[in-house]
Design a protein around this ligand. Structure first.
Ligand code: ADP
Ligand code: MG
Length: 477
C-alpha cells in the first residue's frame, strides 16, 4: 500500500521541501518510524544500509526541535565518523526550514564550530570526541537537549565510542526523546537501549544481517603481486568503485600502483586530514576519480549514490566488515558488484567467511582475465550519465591517450560498461595544460614521459613518509 509523508503526519512544509528533491514516497523504515518519532516516542530501529534511516530520524527531529538558545542545542545527533556527520547535516539542511543545523567533529579548526554554537544551533550533529572537547571548553552544554539520535550505534560501539556516548547522554535532559538506529541490535546496542531508552518502539526491517544480497557477489584468486592489475581491470570496466584495504599504508600504496595502471583514485583513511578526506569524497562523487581506496574505519557511513563496485582488496576482518563494506554498493534498490580478491593462501578463510555469510551458493568465482561480468544496472544509468556529463564538462579532450600499460580491452560484451574514455585526463593538470596536450601531435610519447615522471615522483615522495606511515600502521584500528 502506498503512503505519503503527509499521511504519516509530516507537515506540508517538510514534505514540500522533500518533494523538491524528488523524495515523495517514504521508504519502508520511514513508514514504520516517522509517526512514532513525531509523537515523541523513543525508537530503536534496525534496518539495512541504504534503507533511508537518516530521514526516518531526521524528519521527526526537524519537526519537533524548538529554537535553541546560544550554546544550548535542542537536538543532538551522534554519528561515528566525520563524513557521516557531514552527510547527515547536509541531508537535514535540505528540509530543515528555519531550524539551524550544524555539525562538529575533530580534525578541523575549532573557530567556525565555536562561532556557530555561540550564534545558536538548534540541531547539532556531532562526533563524540570533538563534542566532548567543546563541552569541556564550555562552548556548549547539553542540558536543553530534548531529542537525541544515536546513528549507527553498532559502529559507535565498534569504534570504542560507547563510554563517550554514555557520558554525553547523561548530560542531556531527563525528559528527552532518544532515537537509536543501528545495523544490529545486540551487545552494546542492547545495553544502550536498556539503560537509555524509555519503552522504546522497536522497529526492524530486512534480515537480521543487513541485506547485501542485492549485489552480485564475485571473487577472484590472485597472487599478491597480481592484485593491483586485477583491481585496475575491474575498476576500468566498472566504476565508481570503492576499494577496501587493510591498512593506511596499503591504501596509499595502491593508489600509486593504480595511477601507474592508468586508474585515478583517491585514498581515504584516518591518516588524511579532514580537508583531504572531503576533497577525496568530492572528487569521487563528481566522477573526477574512479575509485576511492579506503580503510574500514574511514569508510564507515560514507554514502555516495551509485557506487557500482566494491572491492575487498584485502580480506575483511570478519563477516560484519564484509557486510559493511559490501553495503556501499547496491544501495536503495540499485545494483552493484562486490569483488573479493583472494590470495591462494587465504582461500580457506575466505570459504569460512562465505559460509558464515550464507552466500557460498550465490558467490561466483570469476577469472582474472574476464573481470567482472557485470549485469546491467538500469538504476545506475542516470547516475553514470550525470557523472559523464560532468566529466565532459570538465574535460576538453576526447582523443584517446596512450594506453601502453592499460590492461588489454576485453571482449565487446563488456563494452556497455566500459569506462567511457575517462582515463585521458590527468586530474592535477590545469585545463590549459590539458588543451596543450591535446593539440600535441606527440601526445603518446609525451604522456609516456609524464607517466615515467609520475612514477619517479611517486618513489621519491614515498621515502620521507615511510616512517610516518609505519606509525599509522601501528595505530590502525
Ligand atoms: P541509511 O542511513 O539507512 O544507510 P540513507 O538515509 O543514507 O540510508 O539513505 C540512502 C539514500 O536513499 C540517500 O541518498 C537518501 O537521500 C535516499 N532516500 C532516503 N529516503 C528516501 C525516499 N523516501 N525516497 C527517495 N530517496 C530516499
Ligand atoms: Mg545512515
Amino acid at each position: 500500500m502506498s503512503t505519503t509523508f503527509s499521511k504519516l503526519g509530516v507537515p506540508q512544509w517538510v514534505s514540500e521541501a522533500l518533494a523538491r528533491q524528488g523524495i515523495t514516497e517514504p521508504f519502508q523504515i520511514q513508514k514504520i518510524t516517522i509517526k512514532e518519532g513525531l509523537d515523541g516516542d523513543d525508537i530503536c530501529g534496525r534496518a539495512p544500509t541504504g534503507s533511508g534511516k537518516t530521514l526516518a530520524f531526521g524528519i521527526p527531529l526537524v519537526v519537533r526541535t524548538k529554537a535553541a538558545k546560544p550554546r544550548k542545542p535542542q537536538s543532538l545527533i551522534l554519528a561515528p565518523t566525520r563524513e557521516l556527520a557531514d552527510q547527515i547535516c547536509k541531508e537535514l539542511r535540505a528540509f530543515s526550514g528555519k531550524r539551524i543545523v550544524s555539525v562538529v567533529y575533530g580534525g578541523v579548526s575549532y573557530g567556525p564550530q565555536r562561532k556557530a554554537l555561540t550564534k545558536g544551533v538548534d540541531i547539532l550533529v556531532a562526533c563524540p570526541g570533538r563534542l566532548e572537547d567543546l563541552i569541556e571548553q564550555r562552548e556548549l552544554t547539553l542540558e536543553d537537549v530534548k531529542q537525541v539520535v544515536i546513528d549507527e550505534a553498532d559502529r559507535m560501539a565498534d569504534m570504542g565510542f560507547m563510554p563517550a556516548v554514555k557520558r554525553i547522554l547523561d548530560q542531556t535532559s531527563k525528559e528527552r526523546q532518544t532515537i537509536l538506529f543501528s545495523a544490529t541490535l545486540d551487545h552494546d546496542v542492547a545495553k544502550l537501549k536498556k539503560h537509555y531508552q524509555r519503552n522504546p518502539v522497536t522497529r526492524e526491517i530486512g534480515e537480521k544481517t543487513p541485506d547485501i544480497k542485492n549485489a552480485d557477489h564475485t571473487y577472484a584468486i590472485a597472487k599478491k603481486a597480481e592484485k593491483p592489475e586485477l583491481v585496475a581491470k575491474a575498476v576500468n570496466s566498472t566504476w565508481p568503485a570503492i576499494i577496501f584495504c587493510r591498512t593506511r599504508h596499503g591504501a596509499d600504496r595502491l593508489v600509486k600502483q593504480l595511477k601507474r595502471l592508468d586508474i585515478d583514485s583517491e585514498p581515504i583513511h584516518g591518516g588524511k586530514s579532514q580537508h583531504q578526506r572531503k576533497r577525496a569524497l568530492k572528487n569521487f562523487s563528481t566522477g573526477k576519480v574512479q575509485a576511492l581506496v579506503a580503510t574500514d574505519v574511514a569508510a564507515r557511513g560514507i554514502h555516495v549514490d551509485g557506487v557500482a563496485l566494491v572491492v575487498h582488496y584485502d580480506p575483511p576482518e570478519d563477516h560484519k566488515a564484509y557486510i559493511h563494506r559490501s553495503g556501499r554498493t547496491a544501495r536503495a534498490g540499485s545494483q552493484g558488484v562486490v569483488l573479493s580478491i583472494i590470495q591462494p593462501e587465504q582461500k580457506k578463510n575466505a570459504k569460512k567467511l562465505q559460509k558464515r555469510l550464507g552466500i557460498t551458493e550465490s558467490i561466483r568465482e570469476i577469472n582474472a582475465d574476464q573481470l567482472p561480468e557485470i549485469q546491467s544496472q538500469p538504476q545506475k544509468e542516470t547516475q553514470q550519465k550525470t557523472r559523464h556529463e560532468h566529466k565532459r564538462a570538465n574535460e576538453s579532450r576526447t582523443t584517446s591517450k596512450p594506453k601502453g600499460k592499460k590492461p588489454a580491452n576485453r571482449n565487446s560484451k563488456g563494452s556497455a560498461k566500459k569506462r567511457p574514455q575517462n582515463k585521458k585526463h590527468k586530474p592535477r593538470k590545469s585545463n590549459a595544460s590539458q588543451q596543450k596536450r591535446k593539440s600535441n601531435k606527440n601526445n603518446h610519447q609525451k604522456s609516456q614521459q609524464n607517466q615515467a615522471k609520475r612514477s619517479n615522483n611517486g618513489s621519491q615522495k614515498s621515502q620521507p613518509n615511510r616512517k610516518a606511515r609505519r606509525a599509522h600502521l601501528q595505530h590502525k584500528k
